[in-house]
Write a protein that binds this ligand. Structure first.
Ligand code: MG
Length: 263
């Protein structure tokens, strides 16, 4: 899928540009999950109209990566350039964490550990209404420390929610430390399997693998995609360097970024 490279290079550059303009944080966290969110909005989810109750649903539970969500929505023509460029400014509907003030955002997120529970509720409601849509939630690896995640996981499998897909952006960092040093997660896939979920483990930057995982039918059970990713993906000097959790590039670094992303 090399034809997607140009669109994703553009998207990465926009993420950096709007985050820098807003003097916001979490640039590297947005870059780690951007490939997947780009694919969801631009090549997978069915959203005929943003207010169609039968549309596919997406929750970015790691709400601090909002810039990746907004750029993906912009690329899917769900946001205007003016809206995108207002990111993080006073009065903008594009807040640094997603808010339902923006049409198409299902719930406020960023207080970690809540997105899965909301997605479970949506999946159950849609199933009860016989709506055949996809209900998708993307979580961080650090979020796997939250007890509410596992409570929702139990409920989802008990209710056979095969219209629900969880994605873990497993970038091996949480805030300022290695996630497996803060609290050991491994073996992560088998933990989810023991909770009654179908687990698939992929490279989260390989869109062919991501597409196949999304299309995998887990009959009678919810599905989790454990996606191995790189924090700061796409910029040579940001990849897996956790200084970029909060840092923003200077003018000189912006020139290197523009060159690396062909902008
Ligand atoms: Mg992480």
């Amino acid at each position: 899928m090399s034809d997607f490279k140009t669109a994703r290079d553009f998207g990465r550059f926009k993420i950096i540009e709007i985050t820098r303009a807003a003097k916001a944080a979490h640039l590297a966290s947005a870059l780690s999950c951007y490939d997947m969110i780009y694919y969801l909005y631009n090549h997978y989810m069915k959203i005929n109209a943003i207010d169609d109750p039968k549309r596919d649903r997406f929750i970015l539970s790691k709400g601090h990566a909002a810039a990746a969500l907004y750029v993906s929505m912009y690329q899917a023509s769900l946001l205007s350039a003016e809206e995108l460029n207002s990111f993080g400014s006073i009065g903008s509907i594009l807040e640094e964490h997603p808010s339902p003030k923006l049409n198409g955002i299902e719930t406020a997120s960023g207080s970690l550990g809540h997105g899965l529970a909301v997605a479970v509720g949506m999946a159950l409601a849609n199933k009860n209404k016989n709506i055949k849509n996809n209900n998708i939630v993307l979580m961080g690896d650090g979020e796997q420390n939250e007890g509410s995640v596992w409570e929702a996981a139990l409920f989802a499998s008990a209710n056979s929610l095969d219209n629900l897909t969880g994605i873990i952006d497993y970038n091996k960092w949480q805030a300022t430390d290695r996630s497996n040093e803060v609290l050991a997660l491994n073996p992560l896939s088998s933990k989810w399997e023991s909770f009654g979920w179908q687990s698939l483990e992929i490279n989260g930057h390989d869109l062919n693998a991501f597409r196949d995982a999304l299309n995998f039918k887990a009959t009678g059970k919810p599905k989790i995609i454990v996606s191995h990713t790189i924090k700061g993906k796409g910029i040579s000097f940001m990849e897996d360097d956790n200084n970029w959790h909060y840092r923003l590039p200077n003018e000189e670094e912006m020139l290197v970024i523009a060159r690396e992303l062909n902008q």
